[in-house]
Design a binder for this molecule. Structure first.
Ligand code: SF4
Ligand code: SF4
Length: 425
């Protein structure tokens, strides 16, 4: 059977099964090697070899799937150096889901790389037991004087990225925040980065939601969304976490499940459909949820006192909004955060768009390439006084280099604006 015949059968199969409800689910076997997907590929921009481009990866994984090539170090590097940003998916004229094809191939080749086994085992273990992992790390941090731990893996990463662990995670004990006359109920999907590294963003989200008169629920038992595990080729482990989160969030009877990390939201909404056949349909990012509400509130308030909240309260100066890859390529969110910032009177300036180079495990496995991709962002953002974004991981990556320039999550600006409104009432 030739490749075209195989592609045709695969396309028909896709239409029949549950994957047909996932956008862009055409098999990689349909690739005609046009090269359109290379145009925005961040790894190709920094290593101009075919194998480091989206098309190069598709060609290689098709050859591997057809049995034409064996697992090798070169194949491993090409597939694991993909940031999984999704830019290529948005460019393929045939609608091939390139990232899903890469996830699928990583699953098959994961076991051949012995060097990555330690990282895979540690992350696999830790991400399935995040609370216990956090307590262990805090314990080790506490006995640093007795037993120097700076050179063991998680601490090396924290030092490299200038991460200071908070005293306690966001989802510590309180799980329901009630207001007196609620207009509705919202659940928060905190995600690991916000829960364990950046809990102040989670607190800002809770305060913003209660300021708008919503009861807020942080369901007990939320697990990692599974994205890092799927990225490492551990599909079965990622699916277990998906099942757990679905059980907790699916039947909460809430208006929306709001999250501060676009990767988590893309996963629980879209990737879970492929992984376990069902996703959390009402999951949304902060800018999607808040846009209309902020614009309406600001319109009313500015009629009264004609003040620009963001520029008056937050002292942001000129702002560049950094688009997280999973927001623009997977959730189609781009105008919403800018509309929020504009309605708060922020002076937004233009810049070219691009990946920050973090990509979770990509930063750990390909640090040099990650930093080289980050260099472009630092240059592109040199004229801004403040960088605003909506992803805690982009914040970590950008802050690792931008020491004298604030990098904020948009929820921090929203919280301040809503608080000021409360004070003015
Ligand atoms: S997901 Fe991003 S890094 Fe990976 S092949 Fe596609 S464009 Fe390149
Ligand atoms: S854009 Fe689509 S068809 Fe063209 S090379 Fe990339 S994956 Fe293949």
């Amino acid at each position: 059977m030739n490749r075209e015949q195989k592609s045709e059968i695969k396309i028909q199969d896709n239409k029949k099964d549950s994957l047909s409800s996932v956008p862009r689910s055409l098999s990689s076997e349909a690739c005609v090697r046009c090269g359109s997907c290379k145009a925005l590929c961040p790894t190709y921009m920094h290593d101009v070899t075919e194998g480091m481009s989206a098309r190069g990866r598709v060609v290689l994984l098709n050859k591997f799937n057809d049995g034409d090539i064996e697992p090798s170090e070169a194949l491993d590097k090409r597939l694991y150096s993909c940031i999984l940003c999704g830019a290529c998916n948005s460019l393929c004229p045939l609608g091939i889901n390139i990232t899903d094809a890469i996830y699928g191939c990583r699953k098959k080749i994961a076991k051949y790389n012995k060097k990555r086994r330690l990282l895979t085992s540690l992350l696999g273990f830790g991400l399935k037991r995040t609370n216990a992992g956090f307590s262990l790390i805090k314990f080790l941090e506490g006995i640093n004087n007795l037993l120097p731990v700076q050179n063991i893996l998680p601490f090396k990463i924290f030092k490299d990225l200038d991460i200071v662990l908070p005293d306690s995670p966001l989802r510590d004990s309180v799980s329901i925040f009630r207001v007196s006359k609620p207009r509705g109920r919202i659940a928060v999907f905190a995600g690991c980065s916000v829960n364990f590294l950046y809990p102040e963003a989670g607190r800002s989200l809770i305060k913003s939601l209660t300021a708008l008169n919503y009861d807020v629920i942080l369901p007990q038992g939320e697990a990692c969304c599974g994205a890092p595990l799927l990225g490492l080729g551990l599909e079965r482990d990622a699916a277990q976490l998906a099942e757990k989160n679905l059980k907790i969030f699916k039947d909460l009877n809430v208006e929306a499940v709001v999250g501060l990390c676009p990767t988590c939201i893309h996963f629980i909404k879209n990737e879970y459909i492929r992984l376990v056949g069902s996703g959390i349909d009402n999951a949304m990012e902060v800018p999607q949820f808040f846009m209309d509400k902020i614009q309406q509130a600001e319109h009313k308030r500015q009629k009264i006192d004609n003040k620009n909240l963001a520029s008056d309260i937050c002292h942001l100066g000129s702002v560049i909004y950094h688009d997280p890859c999973h927001s623009i390529y997977n959730l189609n969110v781009s105008s919403e955060p800018r509309n929020i910032l504009k309605s708060l009177g922020t002076n937004i300036i233009d810049s070219d768009k691009g990946c920050c180079g973090f990509g979770g495990t990509f930063r750990l496995l390909y640090k040099e390439l990650s930093e080289s991709i980050l260099d472009d962002r630092i240059k592109a953002y040199k004229n801004a006084d403040t960088i605003v974004t909506s992803c805690p991981n982009c914040i970590i990556q950008l802050r690792s280099r931008l020491k004298n320039k604030p990098v904020k999550h948009i929820i921090e600006i929203i919280e301040k604006a809503l608080k000021e409104e409360e004070n003015e009432k």
